[in-house]
Design a protein around this ligand. Structure first.
Ligand code: MSP
Length: 651
């Protein structure tokens, strides 16, 4: 064991919506790395969290009729929220930071001031093209076909007084850092950064906003809030206690390895190192830009209705099966095409057939042939050598891949061992050996070798599928021997090891049935999505006093006639209870004929400012429910029970 430290982070997620399988992918991968380093004996700090400020969250909260804090609280800590998702996915983070946490807010204000005092932040005016969803300003040359280069959406010209960070000052050292080799991985991302961002010239970065208020205030200039990337990126140090009293772990853990999605590599490999240079702090050890999970080659999006819910998949196939699939199938640095078929076939092939079968066949044979406990006698054979050699070599190969963040290749090495062990069963035919009492020592050797191969494989799989490995290790009598050091050795399990055959670790999945069940689960949630997207969002809150200013009355329709020269307008004469008939015009002729309405009780707004339409006064407005779909409008007047007298006020 050594006590070297390893600090690894995920991006902090926007709590603007429920997280999906793409976010889960990133967190599960980081979790596997953290668990791997713990297994190797490192002092690990694994940080994840949420990026809670910004205009988008402010707008979403408004749409939902909540304060921004209530809104993010619901998504982060609410039922089925982000914390619940990480718990379900067995994420072993040591810390969880929310950018609304007091200590983070305090640190950010100090960080901002520190860079300002140093002259690295100055006040200016921002003029440029702004993408609201991405909260990013872009130069003309960065736009792609006139659209935001990150999300492809429209941008608009915007101008505001703002503070700037002297990013340009750090262009040279940042380029040197990128060219140095180790910092940004995979290496293919280095050229992308240098060619697309550094070579065209690094402009100073706008780091404050006055156009919205949901952010950390610049304490020396009210009206400005800290722009979200300075707030967000700094989480990696504030969570260790940088410029706050909450923690004191900078010396112990900083610098970090940052795992991030490819679209935010720019922020982590250019802006973040420049900020750290300004703060005179050590630079991150590495930034790994992983690929995206896509569907049919395209982005997952709510509007396409193809967002994959990790809760549904974990519920249907199990947490470990889902974790495994994500890391086994897609090369970590590239995009991966997600499909349910691929998920199911990976579970069936690797987990049910190869791993699950090896565990159940081996434990079943040890129980059947030895009553569960091996005898100490042994008899080796040349056929054992290849398996034993592979068993001893696997951890080293795995380590080399894990240290390069090549999680899928590390898993490939483990599965090579598992497949070799399955082949070894066919080669040694234990059921034939079992028929001859004299072959018992040979049979014991075969069983022992299988158990040893499993011990190594399960130890190395622990970071990926921890709960299943614990269970399987228990079954093969390997719980106390699943250490990193032992993973390199042969002959670790006791000679007379005892096994306990348990339940099926990974049941085979019927592809058709599972696909049908997934389709049904999707349908179940569809109407909800429809409801949300079909109708306009709830308007911003008003006070009761404001509402009380609207004079709503029950009125009886005394007369109704079409307006000449108008297809739409009907002229109503109403009894509003005042004794004087009231005239209101309403454009509803396409929905009602006058004779249908005479005598009916309706609701009108009486104190709406009068309007002239086609030369006639309209003194109020009739209330109706209307809805437009595919350019076709539907409308229903609010018609009351005849028992309600005209003139009654509605409140
Ligand atoms: N809040 C910023 C990060 C600030 S870090 C200082 C942010 N948040 S995010 O919620 O939009 O994205 C968080 C991470 O999820 C990103 O790394 C992003 O790449 C990742 N993913 C989002 N969708 C994804 C897929 N479909 N596939 C893989 N990862 C994806 O950006």
């Amino acid at each position: 064991m050594n006590n070297k430290s390893f600090y690894v982070t995920t991006p902090i997620y926007y709590p603007s919506d429920k997280l999906h399988i793409g976010h889960t992918y990133c967190t599960v991968a980081t979790d596997a790395l953290a668990r791997y380093k713990r297994l190797c004996g490192y002092d690990v700090m694994f940080l994840t969290g949420t990026d809670e400020h910004g205009q988008k969250i402010e707008e979403k909260a408004k749409e939902a009729g909540k304060t921004p804090q209530q809104f993010v609280d619901d998504i982060v800590t609410g039922n089925g929220g982000i914390l619940d998702l990480w718990k379900l996915m067995n994420i072993s983070n040591d810390r969880f930071i929310r950018t609304t946490d007091d200590y983070h807010v305090e640190s950010i204000q100090r960080i901002f001031r520190k860079m300002y005092d140093k002259g690295d932040i100055y006040k200016g005016a921002y003029k440029g093209m702004y993408c609201t969803p991405c909260e990013s300003f872009w130069t003309e040359s960065q736009l792609v076909d006139g659209k935001c280069p990150d999300c492809g959406r429209d941008v608009h010209y915007a101008e505001e007084e703002a503070y700037f960070f002297r990013l340009s000052k750090y262009a040279k050292p940042v380029q040197e850092l990128l060219e140095g080799g180790e910092f940004l991985q995979p290496a293919s991302r280095v050229n992308e950064m240098i060619n697309n961002f550094i070579k065209p010239g690094l402009e100073d970065l706008c780091v404050s906003r006055t156009s919205f208020s949901w952010g950390i205030p610049v304490d020396f200039d009210p009206g400005h809030v800290v722009y979200v990337w300075v707030d967000a990126l700094s989480n990696y140090i504030t969570a260790l206690g940088y410029l706050n009293d909450r923690y004191d772990d900078m010396d112990r853990f900083w610098p970090a390895h940052h795992i991030v999605g490819k679209e935010i590599v720019r922020f982590h490999s250019i802006i973040w190192p420049a900020m750290l240079m300004s703060l005179e702090l050590p630079l991150p050890k590495s930034v790994y830009g992983h690929g995206w999970l896509v569907i049919d080659g395209g982005k997952m999006s709510k509007s396409k209705g193809n967002v994959v819910d990790p809760y549904v998949l974990a519920d249907m196939f199990g947490v470990d099966a889902l974790r495994f699939f994500l890391l086994r199938t897609f090369p970590f640095g590239s995009d991966g095409n997600f499909s349910n078929e691929l998920l199911i076939s990976t579970i069936n092939t690797d987990l049910a057939n190869d791993l699950g079968n090896l565990v159940s066949r081996t434990t079943a044979m040890v129980e059947k042939y030895f009553g569960g406990t091996l005898i100490a006698e042994r008899e080796a054979d040349d056929v054992d050598n290849e398996l034993v050699e592979l068993l001893k070599a696997t951890a080293g190969k795995y380590e080399a891949q894990m240290d390069k963040f090549q999680l899928h290749l590390a898993l490939e090495d483990v599965f090579r061992l598992i497949q070799r062990a399955n082949k070894y069963i066919d080669e040694t035919a234990p059921w034939v050996l079992a028929k001859d009492e004299a072959k018992k020592p040979r049979l014991a050797t075969v069983m022992y070798n299988l158990l040893e191969a499993l011990r190594v494989a399960l130890t190395l799989l622990k970071p990926f599928i921890p709960a299943s490995c614990d269970e399987a290790l228990e079954q093969i009598g390997g719980t106390d021997f699943a250490t990193w050091e032992n993973a390199f050795l042969y002959g670790v399990l006791p000679e007379t090891v005892s096994v306990h055959k348990g339940g099926t670790l990974f049941p085979r999945i019927d592809m058709n049935k599972a696909l049908e069940a997934l389709e049904a689960a999707k349908k179940k949630t569809e109407p909800k999505t429809e409801e949300v997207s079909k109708f306009p969002p709830v308007l911003p809150q008003i006070s009761f006093d404001e509402f009380s200013k609207v004079d709503l009355r029950v009125c009886r329709i005394l007369a109704c006639e079409p307006m000449k020269k108008s297809d739409k307008l009907l002229k109503f004469t109403l009894d509003d209870g005042s004794g004087t008939p009231r005239q209101i015009l309403s454009g509803i002729h396409q929905f009602y004929e006058p004779q249908q309405l005479v005598g009916k009780k309706v609701v009108a707004v009486l104190n709406l400012a009068p309007r002239k339409m086609m030369g006639q006064d309209s003194n109020g407005m009739l209330l109706s429910a209307s809805f437009e779909e595919n350019g076709k409008e539907e409308l229903h007047l609010l018609i009351l029970d005849d028992a309600v007298p005209a003139g009654f006020q509605i409140s």
